[in-house]
Design a binder for this molecule. Sequence first.
Ligand code: DAH
Length: 339
Amino acid sequence: MDTKKLRAEIEAAITAIKTIEDCNAFHQKYLGKSGVVSGLMGSLRDIAPEMRGAAGAEFNAIKRDTESRLFKLQEEIRVREINEKLMNDARVDITLPDLGRDVGNLHPITRVLREVEAVFGSMGFYVEDGPEIATEFENFESLNIPKNHPARDMQDTFWLSNGSVLKTHTSASQNRMLKKYGPEFSAIFPGRCYRNENLDASHEMAFFQVEGMMVGRDISIANLIYFMRQMLAAVFKKDVKVRLRPGFFPFTEPSFELDASCVFCDAKGCSVCKKSGWVEFCGCGMIHPRVLEMGGVNPTEYQGFAFGFGLTRLAMLKYGVDDVRVFNSGNLEALAAIK
Ligand code: DAH
């Protein structure tokens, strides 16, 4: 086999290629299964054994060279065809200057939310969305907060004319979750909450919470502590301790306030934790039997924990933001500076 002649032939064929169709035809003729170059390999057995090694090496080199030439050419033709299309397309003016390289940022609340969702999701929790408007039943009654109960005063509510409310807490979805997934499930449901607050550095009318529930046969507060520590460690990228203090919520019994060790001073004591080493983080407890019952779950067979924490507050702690108003300010520069 005269490989010099073959190389020259290939060279001539490649030079003649103009289009992608030509490339395909070339590939079939030379590199395809029954192509010329593949045929070379088959002819090895007719070559005297002492020459076979050198011939094989040369055939392989031809194959490699041809493939890489063809590959390069295909790329060039593709780019050229795209450019030609663009040049001839009256709708696209590629001579316009570009619009600069400004890129967007995710809102800091979105960033923390994604971390929280990822860590709970990885531990088997459903992640659910909820509506902004809740019925009186969802926001209050199903949570064991009857009409005229003083606990309704804990939250300054925006009432709508039809008797519904802008949900004052994500707990408003507990009843729906129990009915949808009960009696055994774990879920978090983040959402925006609304309260008729006077705005200041630590009060917003619209803020985010993340609610969580785990219901089953052998659920305890020890499980809750474990999940909260996992979440805090994922968000703050370090070990965070938690402690419980007694609290009161009509929808949990017993109820607790959960504190996290201060991430700013590693619990040594600073202005954020008011020298205590701890920051208040969330309300939680064992779900009240009445709440389970109203959600269609039998409280003599099943129990569970619930918690609700301020996602906005978590973002403040994570990014060291000391004025909550920045999040809803629409001030893109200030928001982009939160890293
Ligand atoms: N809904 C309460 C609030 O907004 C927070 C809360 C406390 C949620 C205890 C819970 C819980 O699920 O068990 O203040």
